[in-house]
Design a protein. Structure first.
Length: 127
């Protein structure tokens, strides 16, 4: 499959999964098919939120590593920096260059501080 077509298919799949994940539940308790559909939508929402279903967006992370900071992609270290700000700058650069992507920035204790997306965002914020 040509690279462009593969990207279009992945992009369409991502949009469909995210639409399902954010779809309202309109099933009545009396409707058995509606309940199964509602349960499937809830399960899919959870899977997308928890990362069980992978989207086409590439995920990069800025994580602490001892006294240094690392930029990682799929568990592989892309670069190591002594300052967090340098690691964030490097992460932003690589994420923008490989859009659509997501940059997750962690705190020193490992919790998530910030998430940034680059490229096509099928669900831009409202307002």
């Amino acid at each position: 499959m040509p690279e462009r077509r593969r990207g279009q298919v992945a992009s369409s799949l991502t949009r469909a999964l995210q639409q399902i994940a954010h779809a309202p539940l309109h099933a009545s308790p009396q409707d058995a098919f509606g309940m199964r559909k509602a349960q499937a939508i809830q399960r899919t929402r959870w899977q997308v939120r928890e990362g069980v279903i992978q989207t086409a967006r590439k995920r990069y992370e800025v994580v602490p590593s001892g006294s240094d900071w690392q930029v990682k992609h799929e568990g592989k270290v892309l670069s190591t920096h002594s300052l967090k700000s340098d690691a964030v700058d490097a992460g932003v650069k690589v994420a923008k260059a490989n859009a659509p992507s997501q940059l997750v920035i962690h705190r020193a204790d490992g919790t998530i501080e910030d998430e940034r997306t680059y490229g096509d965002d099928p669900f831009p914020p409202r307002g």
